[in-house]
Design a protein around this ligand. Sequence first.
Ligand SMILES: [Zn+2]
Length: 136
Amino acid sequence: MSDTVPKPRPRPTPTSQPYWDALRDERIVVQRCRACDHWVHYPRSRCSKCLSDQLVFQVVDGAATVYTFTVARQATAPPFVDEVPQIITIVELAEGVRFTTNLVDVAPEDVRVGMRVQPVFDHGDDGMTLLRYRPA
Ligand SMILES: [Zn+2]
């Protein structure tokens, strides 16, 4: 019997399914509002700026910069004991959207706000792909 706690996994909704499908294919899609051109992320049913429901997914290249970060040197929850130190980061895409992710393939002391990072597609055994980042 294993005493490891399973990691939480994404559960797509009808609204977010295109995002997860794209990640599985190693593409990043972000919603854009047809009414006001605002970029919207995470996936949702209404524009966060004008409340229009005319949102469409568009492919973006995913290049980003580190907006802010913290280093968790103790597991933030039991499923993550194997991931410390964990670099919890908010990145900003060129389109202006920001989201939380993890940085990988870098030492915590080498991370800087404003550093350029590129996507890493972390494919899970369950068919879900998580979007992480590494230095560009
Ligand atoms: Zn809008």
